[in-house]
Design a protein around this ligand. Structure first.
Ligand code: ZN
Length: 431
């Protein structure tokens, strides 16, 4: 089968330590890569993520990035409608260079496709929590949710739009990709202690988990009311349900029997939604907000560069619990990268999750738009697992592959990409 793209991510510090040429040459030579992108706004996360030390970096053993810095030029004028302003690196070895333009220059020299990624958090989360907690999502009890910004807050909404717009307006990129965090999806509610055997799927627990998520801020309230929702009723009903969901961990004794009867039962998640139309309405409201956000970002970048590709990098197990509905956003994305890395955990489910997720996305966005399947080329993945993964992927109608990630990889694992493609009958075809 034909692959349009084999993509790989690079970080500014990879380029600084190894040079763009060395990174890109390694990727082309060992892994057939024909598309590279800079993780240009990166959250605070130790690199490499899944191994202790770098294997390909001649300068550093590991690296601790700053919180959500922008590593390339954006125009301050683009941010005039929001009080949020981008932060740039303060690290000496990264200052004074536009890392996106550096990668673009190298990619263009070698005839590759090139892009930029805005990662999970697009603004300093610690600074926001300390100075502007109103930018963050609120849970049903009014508590700010760490790291999750509310896109219904006009400052956040404008900032997001400006960041995407400024990135494509001032740089010669073919695509802009994002795994930005959407509505906080909470945390699954545990099944009660007395069940002899737990259900590994725990579907009802995952649905109830979103009652621990967001958002219930004033901006969401105003927007929901303007859209015709009975926000006060929704909040009242969901507070009761949240008390039931949280009764065990919060020691809320009044709701503990409700919790045990509900989670001990085999009521389906659909059954629970039928009982609670307010929960459905809140989920529908969130879905409409995320669709509108995607539409706003999509239309604003297309207005300045019609040919630029907008790619969502899906990392969510249950996108609908974060407000993302692939059918609803299909007109506002050009492609989806599915960020599954089963290979690094031994693919114990025999790639079932990877398979299910790719089909779910295909069902949502249709056959016209490309799906780029990610895979792990870092420990504990092995060359054998990568090859096995490609054989499964070759049956799923994908359009491309995407390495996760070069910075944790080894030459042996990079070579497995080329070999795996050959063995799975995947051929690069850029037309
Ligand atoms: Zn909100």
């Amino acid at each position: 089968m034909y692959m349009k793209e084999v993509a790989a991510s690079l970080y500014p510090w990879d380029l600084a330590n190894q040079t763009a040429e060395v990174c890109v040459d390694n990727l082309v030579k060992h892994s057939n890569v024909n598309s590279v992108y800079l993780v240009g706004v990166m959250h605070k996360e130790k690199r490499p993520l899944t191994s202790l030390f770098y294997t390909l970096d001649p300068v550093r053993k590991y690296y601790l990035p700053e919180n959500s810095r922008v590593y390339y030029y954006v125009d301050p004028e683009d941010f005039s409608n929001t009080k949020m302003k981008p932060d740039f690196t303060e690290r000496e070895f990264l200052k004074e260079k536009d890392w996106l333009d550096d990668l673009i220059r190298c990619a263009r020299d070698k005839g590759l496709k090139v892009g930029v990624e805005i990662s999970h958090t697009f603004y300093d989360t610690k600074k926001a929590a300390e100075n502007n907690p109103e930018l963050l999502q609120k849970d049903i009890y009014g508590k700010a949710i760490d790291k999750f910004f509310c896109s219904n807050n006009p400052d956040v909404h404008e900032y997001m739009k400006a960041l995407f717009l400024s990135s494509v307006k001032h740089h010669d990129v073919d695509f802009i990709q994002t795994c930005m965090m959407l509505f906080n999806e909470g945390k699954a509610v545990e099944q009660p202690w007395f069940l002899k055997e737990k259900d590994p799927e725990n579907r009802l627990g995952h649905l109830l988990g979103i009652l621990r998520g967001g958002c219930f801020c004033e901006h969401c309230g105003a927007k929901a009311k303007a859209m015709g929702y009975d926000w006060d009723k929704i909040k009242k009903v969901l507070k009761e349900l949240a008390d039931t969901a949280n009764s065990v961990c919060h020691g809320n004794i009044e709701h503990i029997m409700d919790n045990h009867l509900l989670l001990g039962s085999n009521l389906t998640d659909a059954g629970f939604l039928l009982e609670n139309p307010s929960l459905y309405q809140w989920m529908e409201f969130r879905m409409k907000c995320i669709t509108e956000l995607f539409a706003d970002i999509y239309q604003s970048i297309k207005a300045v560069k019609p040919g630029v590709e907008f790619r969502y990098n899906n990392y969510l197990r249950f996108p609908e619990y974060a407000g993302l509905d692939f059918k609803a956003v299909k007109d506002y994305v050009d492609s989806i990268r599915d960020s599954d890395y089963s290979e690094q955990t031994g693919a114990k489910d025999n790639f079932r999750y990877k398979q299910n997720t790719i089909l779910k996305i295909r069902r949502g966005i249709g056959c016209e738009k490309p799906i780029i399947a990610a895979f792990a080329c870092r420990p504990n993945a092995t060359p054998e697992l990568i090859k096995e993964s490609f054989k499964v992927l070759s049956t799923l109608g994908i359009d491309g592959l995407s390495l996760g990630h070069y910075d944790g990889s080894t030459i042996e694992l990079l070579d497995a990409v080329k070999d795996g493609m050959l063995q799975a009958g995947m051929e690069l075809c850029t037309k």
